[in-house]
Ligand binder design. Structure first.
Ligand code: ZN
Length: 448
């Protein structure tokens, strides 16, 4: 069945930045077949369903490039802490995670993100308490229930406190177990090619929670399986000091030694980079998940995004987990990225459309996906459709600027592969209130 999403301001995010203020998007099954403005193609079609978007903004579904879904269970903790203090307080609480809690957390987190326009979510999960199985499978199940795309990861920690790492020894795993489970999940879950709904990434947690050997062997495994690589990097000055003391170099230099500066890698944060390191990111095709709200919440600093883009690095946006960015809202992150770029480099540092591009095309490039991130013929039909008739849009003639600067925080409709995930502002396949109640029941086990 073909569907025509009509009567909207279509912001395609194609290479030319094409927009159709009175536009439409024609979808056949899971794919977009045509995008245009002005006269609708209706008379030339038969047997199609016309969906009136009531003058709303029709944008590509947003792509979240860094998240920790389990952290919805532990919001608003360690409120004044820096990263290392925050982690030390939360590790013992996170140790209570199991598959049931992860499922509840993922449903809540993915639903919240879906309302904010997000159709594809990368989740970095690295907490695997001994004996608890099925955690990644639980979040995959949640994504399938809601209808969104999930790029899951087999994260890992193998450097406990007794060996000079940050996490408690009780939360680290053996290198062999980590690699074997990663390979098992690749076989069980990973989809290749256009339209993939579930993918897997190899994602050791951070330079201060994994060994050099695990970083090297993770890279070798990912390259053998054809998977992307991800970790946290250069988030705080404390991490920089830790790395210099332990390895005699900066976090970026450390990763470069281990073969991690490459075009199949993206890293979260990348706040503390030298000018030379920014250039190295561009030259090697590195990707960056820019997480401005989380960085501000933990007092970590602001990533040099303008410089990274000019150097040629791939840059997308990340909400980051709900323990360091309590609100799972990727559209809010678009505005935050705009504000911090201007705070860092002045008012011309980023336009509203550049900011929205980070969350769409930028995110797709970071995840190495060329089938999502823009509204063009042949791409997946992943659409975020925003209402523009509410209080917050009054007076905004440029609806794309209105969306970024003053936009609503709930889509009217969210479409993944041509199927509704959100319809009339409500989840199409699940009950938001049941999800919230179940989540709260599980969250009680994570109280201090
Ligand atoms: Zn993170």
């Amino acid at each position: 069945m073909r569907k025509l999403y009509a009567n909207g301001w279509v912001v395609t995010m194609d290479d030319a930045g094409t927009e159709h203020p009175n536009g439409w998007v024609l979808v056949d099954g899971a794919e977009i077949v045509a995008v245009g403005g002005g006269e609708e193609p209706g008379e030339r079609l038969s047997g199609y369903h016309r969906i009136d978007c009531s003058g709303g903004v029709i944008a590509p579904g947003l792509v979240n490039t860094h998240h920790h879904l389990y952290q919805t269970l532990t919001r608003a903790r360690a409120q004044e802490a820096d990263l290392f203090t925050w982690l030390r307080e939360l590790y013992p609480i996170w140790q209570r995670i199991d598959a049931e809690a992860e499922h509840a957390a993922a449903r809540a987190g993915l639903a919240e993100l879906a309302f904010s326009g997000c159709t594809t979510v990368f989740d970095h999960h690295y907490v695997f308490p001994e004996g608890r199985t099925g955690i990644i499978e639980a979040e995959v199940q949640a994504a399938r229930e809601l209808g969104v795309r999930l790029v899951a990861s087999r994260g890992s920690m193998d450097l406990g406190a007794s060996q000079g790492g940050l996490p408690p020894d009780s939360l680290v795993e053996s290198l062999d177990a980590i690699l074997a489970d990663t390979e098992r999940l690749h076989g069980a879950l990973h989809e290749d090619g256009p339209g993939a709904r579930i993918q897997l990434v190899v994602a050791p947690c951070s330079p201060f929670s994994v060994t050099s050997r695990l970083l090297e062997e993770s890279a070798a495994l990912a390259r053998r399986l054809g998977l992307q690589l991800h970790t946290h990097l250069a988030e705080t000055v404390e991490e920089e000091a830790y790395c210099r003391e332990l390895h005699g170099c900066s976090p970026v230099e450390y990763l470069e030694r281990l073969g991690w500066l490459a075009d199949d890698v993206w890293c979260a944060h990348c706040v503390h980079l030298s000018r030379d390191e920014v250039e190295r990111f561009g030259a090697t095709g590195m990707g960056v998940a820019h997480c401005p709200t989380s960085n501000l919440r933990l007092g970590a600093g602001v990533a040099p995004v303008r410089a990274l883009l000019e150097a040629g690095a791939r840059v997308g946006l990340g909400v980051d987990g709900s323990a360091s960015n309590e609100r799972g809202d990727l559209l809010a992150e678009v505005k935050q990225a705009l504000l911090v770029a201007r705070g860092y480099d002045g008012s011309a540092a980023m336009t509203v459309r550049d900011a929205l591009r980070l969350a769409t095309r930028g995110g797709a490039a970071v995840l190495r996906r060329d089938d999502i991130g823009s509204l063009e013929a042949g791409k997946q039909a992943d659409l975020a459709i925003w209402p523009t008739d509410g209080l917050e849009f009054g007076g905004a003639e440029d609806l794309v600027a209105g969306l970024v600067l003053s936009g609503p925080h709930r889509v009217d409709r969210l479409v993944v592969a041509g199927e509704d995930v959100v319809r009339a502002g409500a989840l199409a396949h699940a009950d938001e209130h049941e999800i919230a109640a179940t989540h709260r029941a599980h969250a009680r086990r994570f109280a201090v």
